[in-house]
Design a protein around this ligand. Structure first.
Ligand code: AMP
Length: 189
């Protein structure tokens, strides 16, 4: 099984690139952010997730891990999965390792999109126009998301580096160029 963690700060292009990887390699694309946004808005779980997401904070690990595991379990015959926006904490990375090990598989590689902070901010502000997402529209919330990434999420790259599974990919340039860099990284796995 090809299990790719597509990593990077908010606005790095994980969603856009995941769609292209999904198409080329026939993988299942799982974005925990998309899963949270697709929950029945009247459910307690959706309200709880939204109370964190709208402020740019992480949804607690216990909830997020359960959601991820139930999503993966929907695709028992997947030839591979792109994990987009998960894991975002070391505890989530440990949980994913244990979950995949129980299925007799493991994370193949983490591809980490590297984009400077100024560019992330302008991409998110531009995305707000089309995404309608509250957390894209407010500069203070964007700042909080980037700080949360730096404090809680960036260390996850070290977790995979220790396992020799980390590749950094330049996330600046045309969408096409970045896709081609990701394709080359996957093709050389
Ligand atoms: P995203 O669509 O990846 O930008 O995620 C939007 C929001 O959903 C985040 O700011 C978090 O509040 C929540 N979220 C998504 N994935 C996770 C995760 N792996 N851990 C915790 N919270 C998450």
């Amino acid at each position: 099984m090809l299990n790719i963690v597509l990593f990077g700060p908010p606005g790095a292009g994980k969603g856009t690139q995941s769609e292209r990887l999904q198409e080329k390699y026939g993988l299942v694309h799982i974005s925990t952010g998309d899963v949270f946004r697709a929950l029945d808005p009247d459910s307690d779980l959706a309200k709880l997730a939204k109370s964190y997401a709208d402020k740019g904070n992480l949804v607690p690990d216990e909830i997020t891990i359960k959601i991820l595991e139930s999503e993966v379990s929907k695709f028992p015959n997947a030839k591979g999965v792109i994990y987009d926006g998960f894991p975002r904490t070391t505890a989530q990375a440990e949980a994913l390792d244990a979950f995949l090990a129980a299925k007799g598989t493991s994370v193949t590689s983490m591809l980490s999109l590297v984009v400077p902070e100024d560019e992330l901010k302008s991409r998110l502000i531009a995305r707000a126009e089309v995404s309608g997402r509250k957390d894209d529209a407010d500069p203070a919330i964007i700042q909080n998301r980037i700080e949360t990434y730096n404090n809680s999420t960036a260390p996850v790259a070290g977790f995979y580096q220790e396992q020799d599974k980390l590749s950094e990919i330049d996330g600046v340039g045309s969408i096409e160029d970045i896709t081609n860099r990701l394709f080359s990284a996957i093709d050389s796995l």
